[in-house]
Design a protein around this ligand. Structure first.
Ligand SMILES: *Cc1c(COP(=O)(O)O)cnc(C)c1O
Length: 362
């Protein structure tokens, strides 16, 4: 061997492919492929970034202290358990680097977020997917898949790309069935969208147990995807471990000030949630009326199944893309007959309804 060789597992990675952002010819498109907020960020976040741009020759606050304090205050959490990351993707990756080595297993539901297997391979670990039931996380199959080598169990609640969620009682049952040395990571990227009495993001479980972490993001309802900022809520020992291995300036200054302004502007969050609440049922019923199967979603996106429609998801994607309507193919998530649509603006949503009606000739 005369060339450098990467660590085991790295060449097993199928690189993450983000949602499409453009169409041929540079035409204006409706980007409904990445679960971004159609309302964009809070105007206060934009203002904060504009001010801070002047100072971009300065290193950021490595500990993101203002942001940590703002998150703690707004959510009623303990600041020393919070760690900010370059997107919640970074928190996922830090957890895996810290707790998973060659031969260890990382468990997640069948249609789980692709960053779990990607970061697991990067650490030389083995990703293990447990079957879902009705496109919903199944606590029994997850618990049955735990082995001596299991180090972390990742659970997005609500899950992307299915949009389904587990009630808190099921999360508690899952934790109670896990060994204390298996880390349960509750990925609550879409928590702000869920207004169900039986749903909780999991912060109280973090506070009451040493093996539970919750991750959150500013990329979705807060509309700050471009800045890459998320956070984790951890047992203090785990926060300490992650702080040791993170880069000293892992979150940038513009992201920090934007996120502080955004988390303090809960009126903007309420607006984004209200827009989503208005459209979820309209789109769900609209697509069902065309004979498409729609998985009940509590997120800001819908999983549209073309099986039984007489057309394939690939044909639908091609048709929609031709009209500048960019949805997300989800074959990589084990759902080859489906497309995922993020809830867009009023005009974008009407355009997709009209387009699919014409495509299916309904
Ligand atoms: C979008 C998403 C994330 C967050 O990503 P960021 O790195 O914070 O932008 C995390 N988990 C799930 C399930 C997601 O869909």
């Amino acid at each position: 061997m005369s060339t450098p060789v990467p660590q085991p597992g790295i060449l097993n990675i199928n690189p993450y492919v983000g949602g499409k952002a453009s169409a041929e010819g540079g035409r204006k498109v409706a980007k409904l492929s990445a679960n971004e907020s159609p309302l964009g960020p809070s105007p206060k976040a934009i203002e904060a970034v504009e001010k801070t741009v002047q100072d971009m020759h300065r290193y950021p606050d490595g500990g993101a202290e203002d942001l940590t304090a703002a998150i703690a205050e707004v959510h009623g959490l303990e600041a020393d358990r919070i760690i900010c990351g370059n997107g919640s993707d970074e928190i996922i990756s830090l957890l895996i680097s810290a707790y998973v080595g060659v031969g260890d297993e990382v468990l997640y539901p069948e249609h789980g977020f692709l960053m779990y297997p990607i970061s697991t391979h990067a650490a030389g670990g083995t990703p293990v997917a447990a079957a879902e039931t009705n496109r919903t996380t199944d606590v029994n199959t997850l618990l049955a898949a735990v082995t001596e080598r299991t180090k972390i169990l990742f659970l997005a609640n609500p899950n992307n790309p299915t949009g389904t969620y587990l009630p808190f009682s099921e999360i508690e049952r899952l934790r109670a069935g896990l060994r204390d040395d298996v880390l349960l990571v509750l990925d609550a990227a879409y928590a702000e969208y869920v207004m169900r009495d039986d749903y909780r993001s999991g912060a109280e479980l973090v506070e009451s147990h040493d093996n539970v972490v919750m991750t959150r993001t500013f990329s979705k309802i807060y509309g700050l995807s471009a800045l890459r900022i998320g956070w984790g809520y951890c047992p203090p020992e785990i926060a300490d471990v992650l702080h040791r291995i993170r880069g000293p300036f892992n979150t940038n200054a513009l992201a920090q000030v934007a996120a502080v302004a955004a988390v303090r502007d809960q009126d903007h969050v309420d607006k984004a949630r209200a827009h989503n609440d208005k459209w979820l049922p309209i789109l769900t019923q609209g697509f069902r009326g065309m004979g498409l199967e729609i998985t009940p979603s509590v997120g800001n996106f819908l999983l549209i199944d073309f099986a039984g429609s007489g057309k394939t998801a690939a044909e639908a994607e091609k048709y929609l893309t031709g009209l500048g309507l960019l949805l997300r193919a989800v074959a990589g998530y084990g759902l080859p007959s489906c497309l995922r649509m993020s809830i867009g603006t009023d005009d974008e949503n009407h355009a997709v309804l009209d387009a699919l009606r014409a495509f299916l000739d309904k």
